[in-house]
Design a protein around this ligand. Structure first.
Ligand code: FES
Ligand code: FES
Length: 161
């Protein structure tokens, strides 16, 4: 199996590493950088548990050979908060009870982060549509939608200050 030198910027830190041509970005994040918030759910682009940000765009890391991500700026769920200060979305997920087992939560919050960057005032239908690739087996989605709405409202208030 051939090896490739790549550079990844992950949560603000630059890493120069060598990866095998069949190594997945998801496994690099989890097994080399110990960023285990990025979950292995289906490995088939069906559950969204492995979602990360590539720049401002959400992508499923289980579908990406690490070599393809050479030069990418990546944010994982661990990189969203500012130290101990949660983002409005993370706070809203906690306060709205949008977390049960928590397996889907990092990917869900990452995808919702991308949504609010793209569309700061989404309707309920737009939230549902954007999150359609992220499965939650526990919450029934109602609290998640509410949390995203609430975070959007909080962020709008912040930008008006
Ligand atoms: S693990 Fe990537 S979409 Fe399910
Ligand atoms: S909280 Fe359990 S899968 Fe979503």
């Amino acid at each position: 199996m051939s090896e490739h030198a790549i550079t990844l910027k992950v949560n603000g830190k630059t890493h120069n590493i060598t990866v095998k041509s069949n190594e997945l970005l998801l496994n690099v994040l989890r097994e080399r950088f110990y960023l285990t918030g990025t979950k292995y759910g289906c490995g088939l682009a069906e559950c969204g548990a492995c979602t990360i940000l590539h720049g401002d765009r959400s992508v499923m890391s289980c579908m990406i050979p690490a070599v393809v991500a050479d030069g990418w700026e990546i944010t994982t769920s661990e990189g969203l908060a500012d130290g101990d200060k949660l983002t409005p979305l993370q706070e809203a997920f906690v306060n709205e009870g949008a977390i049960q087992c928590g397996f889907c939560t990092p990917g869900m919050v990452v995808t919702a982060t991308a949504l609010l960057k793209e569309n700061p005032d989404p309707s309920e239908d737009e939230i549902r549509d954007y999150l359609r690739g992220n499965y939650c087996r526990c919450t029934g989605y109602g609290a998640i939608i509410k949390a995203v709405k609430k975070a959007a409202g909080e962020m709008k208030k912040e930008t008006k200050k």
